[in-house]
Design a protein around this ligand. Sequence first.
Ligand code: 0RA
Length: 642
Amino acid sequence: MQETKDQKYTGSSIRVLEGLEAVRTRPGMYIGSTSTRGLNHLIYEIVDNSVDEHLAGFCDTIEVTLEKDGSCTVADNGRGIPVDLHETGVSALRVVFTTLHAGGKFDNNAYKTSGGLHGVGSSVVNALSERLTVQVKRGGRIYEDRYERGVPVQELNEGLLPVVGRASGTGTRINFLPDPEIFEKTRFREEDVRSRLHETAYLNPNLTIRLTDMRQDPPREDEFHEPEGLVAFLKNLNKGKEAVTDVIYFKGMSDGIEVEAALQYVNELHEIVLGFCNNIYNAEGGSHLTGFKTTFTQVMNTYARGIGVLKDKDENFNGSDIRNGLTAVISIKHPDPRFEGQTKTKLDNQDAAKAVSQVTGEEIVRYYDRNLDVLKASLGRAEQAARIRKAQKKVTDNLIKPAKFSFDSNGKLANCTSRDAEHCEIFIVEGDSAGGSAKMARDRMYQAILPIRGKILNVEKASIDKVLANAEIRTMINAFGCGFSEDYGNDFDITRLRYNKIIIMADADVDGSHISNLLLTFFYRFMPDLISEGHVYVAMPPLYKVVPKRGEGEYLYDDAALARYRRTHKGGFTLQRYKGLGEMDAEQLWETTLDPARRRLRQVLIEDASTASMITELLMGSEVPPRRQFIHDHADDAQLDI
Ligand code: 0RA
């Protein structure tokens, strides 16, 4: 084996190694993070290549297996990655797996069906895998190549891969084991993988994706095939909600860009509008959504005047009136997409806005001209929204003024002394008793405490006037100081934010996670920039305290840590399990949850497509371990702070 490795350091392969070394040094640049989310991303990188082969018209089935040994296998029945000699003198397949394509940064966003050697992302996965084996079935033979941490360990024969068997048909099978040196956790999360693969199936109606989790006993098998495509996706998003209109579906081409959309009004007081480009979700939206929203607003206002819902003297509905209760999925195919934004998921191409505008304009008119009853139901939602908006203007006007000056509307907020927002934090604490301890324990110069009793209002279910009348919500709006989204009639201004970190502190039980969910939903709807700009965190109190017979006691934050502790402390120790924050005294609360040097926070990210899974996902955000351990583990990973 030493021999094969030495062989590698010749000619062009040196460049190759340097490329993959960069991936190992800065994994976050290529897969977003090294948490479970980044780990799962490895699977999506490989699956996306098979999806490209499907889009090229040669593959209709993809099988994903989460293996017992912790590896993952992705197999497709496409043409098989080419194995013949590449101009560099080695098998084309090896070039695909050892060459870093395009300049990094979420490569999966690119459109890869332009006839080149697709397989973007394969080299990234290879670099981050302890081992990877790829088998290609072509021309009656099975070829194989193998790598360890991106370095080839399979000897070639005049540059060509060995034949390890015979079989009919064609296809590619890739098995990889994520490298524990890179990833904080190496167990794929089946629920996340399942929902992402299901989403992929919705976006590719002629594709079948199977997922088998061999780690479960008995193994769990799912098959995703969604011939109804986007319409089925939309129905799934609206599952359990009361429909106000049928599903409207259309598809068209403009300027070489394919535009597909599905929309439906439901009896809810908010909108869900999701954008996809080349089958990849755009968490930050972008030009396709702008194009859709602009034209949809125009067309609906024109109709509203046409059928007399709006009179001459009335002003137009605004965009969020029109989208009150709307669920929409806009999916485009673009030959050369560009992305911007914090996570490079915001579509930037201006021709996409034009194309979506044009197709939406034509198709919506075609549909509503024939479906007047649906039109009336849709406009009914807009009327309702406009009525609420106007009735509330006074309420919000009254609220805005105090919002900028008063910081405590009901006496419960224990504010911090400093006004230097950069260093200030506010803890939103579940329960009065934990709130009391937190007030005693905090660093009062920089840490504010806002106790919240019981369940806060579910803003998804309540009308805006109820939301704004809610004491807890008013206190938060007042305390944060930056107002709330113009979608709800205010004027959000993040530069006025008084705390750099907003930290949700709830028990690690069902009630606690429900409260976190409700708070996150409120932020997501009313102050989404707080999340997208990275100001929102979830505190993670420890689950256990262990005290050995001899030596120092220590806090453990999860079950894995406890298992590790058991392995390394055979001498016996006492174990205390914390059931809730209320069980900790002020000092313990400081040591474990408030002290910036020792606590553990999860930063909340906006990333997932469907709202339901989004909330669950939010709670799983990226993990920020205690400072010392963090600096030790990630000395040169500048992405996370604290
Ligand atoms: C380029 C050309 C050909 C196939 C592929 C790429 C290909 C790549 C991947 C990655 C995962 N599964 C894949 N399946 C196919 C076909 C070349 C030819 O046969 O002419």
